[in-house]
Design a protein around this ligand. Sequence first.
Ligand SMILES: [Zn+2]
Length: 188
Amino acid sequence: MTSCAECGARLGPGETCTDLFNRMLAVEWAMIGRLGGGIAPEAFLATAAGSIGTRAHFFAVGSYQLQHPEGLTAAALTGLLLGIGDVLAGRRGVTDIRLDARRAFNGPQRVRRGRGEGRDPALGKWPSAWPLTVADCCDVDPDDYADAVRRLAEATVAAIDAVRPGAPSPPQSPRRGTPQPGADRKRR
Ligand SMILES: [Zn+2]
Protein backbone atom coordinates (compact mmCIF):
# COMPACT_ATOMS: atom_id res chain seq x y z
CA MET A 1 0.00 0.00 0.00
CA THR A 2 1.48 3.37 -1.02
CA SER A 3 0.35 6.94 -0.38
CA CYS A 4 0.05 10.01 -2.58
CA ALA A 5 3.18 12.13 -2.05
CA GLU A 6 1.11 15.32 -2.01
CA CYS A 7 -2.14 14.64 -0.16
CA GLY A 8 -1.22 11.42 1.65
CA ALA A 9 -4.25 9.46 0.40
CA ARG A 10 -3.71 5.70 0.51
CA LEU A 11 -3.41 4.17 -2.91
CA GLY A 12 -4.08 0.60 -3.99
CA PRO A 13 -1.57 -1.38 -6.09
CA GLY A 14 -0.89 0.48 -9.33
CA GLU A 15 -3.32 3.23 -8.35
CA THR A 16 -2.53 6.95 -8.63
CA CYS A 17 -4.22 9.88 -6.94
CA THR A 18 -5.57 10.89 -10.35
CA ASP A 19 -7.41 7.53 -10.37
CA LEU A 20 -9.02 8.47 -7.03
CA PHE A 21 -9.93 11.88 -8.44
CA ASN A 22 -11.60 10.26 -11.45
CA ARG A 23 -13.48 7.85 -9.17
CA MET A 24 -14.69 10.83 -7.10
CA LEU A 25 -15.97 12.56 -10.25
CA ALA A 26 -17.72 9.35 -11.31
CA VAL A 27 -19.70 9.44 -8.03
CA GLU A 28 -20.48 13.09 -8.75
CA TRP A 29 -21.76 12.20 -12.19
CA ALA A 30 -23.97 9.50 -10.63
CA MET A 31 -25.32 12.03 -8.11
CA ILE A 32 -26.15 14.50 -10.89
CA GLY A 33 -27.89 11.68 -12.78
CA ARG A 34 -30.03 10.82 -9.75
CA LEU A 35 -30.89 14.45 -8.93
CA GLY A 36 -31.67 15.33 -12.51
CA GLY A 37 -33.80 12.29 -13.30
CA GLY A 38 -34.28 12.16 -17.04
CA ILE A 39 -32.85 15.61 -17.78
CA ALA A 40 -29.55 15.75 -19.66
CA PRO A 41 -26.77 16.59 -17.15
CA GLU A 42 -25.74 19.78 -18.97
CA ALA A 43 -29.32 21.12 -18.98
CA PHE A 44 -29.87 20.04 -15.38
CA LEU A 45 -26.77 21.89 -14.14
CA ALA A 46 -28.29 25.13 -15.47
CA THR A 47 -31.35 24.72 -13.20
CA ALA A 48 -31.69 25.85 -9.57
CA ALA A 49 -31.52 22.27 -8.28
CA GLY A 50 -28.46 21.81 -10.45
CA SER A 51 -26.59 24.35 -8.31
CA ILE A 52 -26.13 21.50 -5.80
CA GLY A 53 -24.08 19.80 -8.50
CA THR A 54 -22.17 22.95 -9.39
CA ARG A 55 -21.28 23.58 -5.74
CA ALA A 56 -20.30 19.94 -5.18
CA HIS A 57 -18.01 20.05 -8.22
CA PHE A 58 -16.40 23.28 -6.98
CA PHE A 59 -15.74 21.75 -3.54
CA ALA A 60 -14.42 18.49 -5.00
CA VAL A 61 -12.05 19.94 -7.62
CA GLY A 62 -11.03 22.94 -5.48
CA SER A 63 -10.17 20.77 -2.46
CA TYR A 64 -8.20 18.40 -4.67
CA GLN A 65 -6.21 21.31 -6.11
CA LEU A 66 -5.53 22.78 -2.66
CA GLN A 67 -4.25 19.40 -1.49
CA HIS A 68 -2.04 19.08 -4.59
CA PRO A 69 -0.36 22.50 -4.68
CA GLU A 70 2.58 21.49 -6.89
CA GLY A 71 2.27 23.02 -10.31
CA LEU A 72 -0.12 25.80 -9.24
CA THR A 73 0.90 29.36 -8.39
CA ALA A 74 0.51 30.72 -4.87
CA ALA A 75 -1.87 33.39 -6.23
CA ALA A 76 -4.14 30.79 -7.80
CA LEU A 77 -4.14 28.66 -4.65
CA THR A 78 -4.84 31.50 -2.23
CA GLY A 79 -7.61 32.80 -4.52
CA LEU A 80 -9.13 29.33 -4.54
CA LEU A 81 -8.81 29.07 -0.76
CA LEU A 82 -10.69 32.35 -0.26
CA GLY A 83 -13.30 31.34 -2.84
CA ILE A 84 -14.03 28.00 -1.17
CA GLY A 85 -14.22 29.73 2.22
CA ASP A 86 -16.72 32.23 0.82
CA VAL A 87 -18.94 29.53 -0.73
CA LEU A 88 -18.82 27.43 2.47
CA ALA A 89 -19.90 30.47 4.49
CA GLY A 90 -22.64 31.32 1.98
CA ARG A 91 -21.07 34.71 1.27
CA ARG A 92 -20.70 34.15 -2.46
CA GLY A 93 -21.86 31.83 -5.22
CA VAL A 94 -19.68 29.58 -7.36
CA THR A 95 -20.51 31.43 -10.59
CA ASP A 96 -19.46 34.74 -9.07
CA ILE A 97 -16.12 33.28 -7.94
CA ARG A 98 -15.43 31.68 -11.31
CA LEU A 99 -15.99 35.04 -13.03
CA ASP A 100 -13.56 36.70 -10.61
CA ALA A 101 -10.95 34.00 -11.17
CA ARG A 102 -11.31 34.36 -14.92
CA ARG A 103 -10.79 38.13 -14.63
CA ALA A 104 -7.79 37.74 -12.35
CA PHE A 105 -6.03 35.06 -14.38
CA ASN A 106 -6.86 36.17 -17.90
CA GLY A 107 -3.97 38.60 -17.96
CA PRO A 108 -0.30 38.11 -17.21
CA GLN A 109 -0.99 36.28 -13.91
CA ARG A 110 -0.14 32.62 -14.15
CA VAL A 111 -2.27 29.83 -12.70
CA ARG A 112 0.04 26.94 -13.52
CA ARG A 113 3.73 26.58 -12.98
CA GLY A 114 6.07 24.52 -15.14
CA ARG A 115 6.44 20.79 -14.70
CA GLY A 116 8.90 19.77 -12.02
CA GLU A 117 8.98 23.22 -10.44
CA GLY A 118 7.54 21.82 -7.22
CA ARG A 119 5.67 24.06 -4.82
CA ASP A 120 5.58 27.79 -5.40
CA PRO A 121 8.07 29.27 -2.88
CA ALA A 122 5.62 32.18 -2.40
CA LEU A 123 3.05 29.75 -1.00
CA GLY A 124 4.65 29.76 2.45
CA LYS A 125 3.34 27.37 5.06
CA TRP A 126 1.00 24.71 3.73
CA PRO A 127 -0.23 21.48 5.34
CA SER A 128 1.44 18.21 4.42
CA ALA A 129 -1.26 16.05 6.02
CA TRP A 130 -5.03 16.33 5.68
CA PRO A 131 -7.86 15.03 7.90
CA LEU A 132 -9.88 14.09 4.79
CA THR A 133 -8.72 13.48 1.23
CA VAL A 134 -10.16 12.53 -2.15
CA ALA A 135 -10.03 8.92 -0.88
CA ASP A 136 -12.89 9.78 1.51
CA CYS A 137 -15.14 10.87 -1.37
CA CYS A 138 -14.66 8.22 -4.03
CA ASP A 139 -16.53 5.31 -2.40
CA VAL A 140 -19.55 7.19 -1.01
CA ASP A 141 -23.14 6.69 -2.13
CA PRO A 142 -24.13 9.32 -4.71
CA ASP A 143 -26.86 10.48 -2.29
CA ASP A 144 -24.14 11.33 0.26
CA TYR A 145 -21.71 12.86 -2.21
CA ALA A 146 -22.68 16.55 -1.79
CA ASP A 147 -22.22 16.26 2.00
CA ALA A 148 -18.96 14.32 1.61
CA VAL A 149 -17.29 16.90 -0.65
CA ARG A 150 -18.55 19.73 1.56
CA ARG A 151 -16.87 18.05 4.55
CA LEU A 152 -13.74 17.61 2.42
CA ALA A 153 -13.74 21.34 1.57
CA GLU A 154 -14.33 22.35 5.21
CA ALA A 155 -11.52 20.09 6.45
CA THR A 156 -9.15 21.32 3.72
CA VAL A 157 -9.76 25.02 4.44
CA ALA A 158 -9.48 24.44 8.21
CA ALA A 159 -6.19 22.56 7.81
CA ILE A 160 -4.70 25.39 5.72
CA ASP A 161 -5.99 28.12 8.03
CA ALA A 162 -4.44 26.28 10.98
CA VAL A 163 -0.89 26.53 9.57
CA ARG A 164 -1.09 29.99 8.02
CA PRO A 165 -0.47 32.94 10.33
CA GLY A 166 -3.02 35.72 9.99
CA ALA A 167 -5.74 33.47 8.55
CA PRO A 168 -8.66 33.08 8.67
CA SER A 169 -10.52 36.36 8.73
CA PRO A 170 -13.33 36.61 11.28
CA PRO A 171 -16.67 35.47 9.78
CA GLN A 172 -18.52 38.59 11.01
CA SER A 173 -16.18 40.81 8.97
CA PRO A 174 -17.88 42.04 5.79
CA ARG A 175 -14.53 42.20 4.00
CA ARG A 176 -11.95 39.45 3.75
CA GLY A 177 -9.11 41.87 4.35
CA THR A 178 -7.93 41.65 0.75
CA PRO A 179 -8.67 44.92 -1.05
CA GLN A 180 -7.63 43.56 -4.49
CA PRO A 181 -11.03 42.36 -5.80
CA GLY A 182 -12.79 45.69 -5.09
CA ALA A 183 -9.88 47.76 -6.41
CA ASP A 184 -9.74 45.55 -9.46
CA ARG A 185 -13.43 46.11 -10.19
CA LYS A 186 -13.08 49.92 -9.87
CA ARG A 187 -10.23 49.97 -12.35
CA ARG A 188 -12.31 48.29 -15.04
ZN1 LIG B 1 -3.14 12.95 -3.70
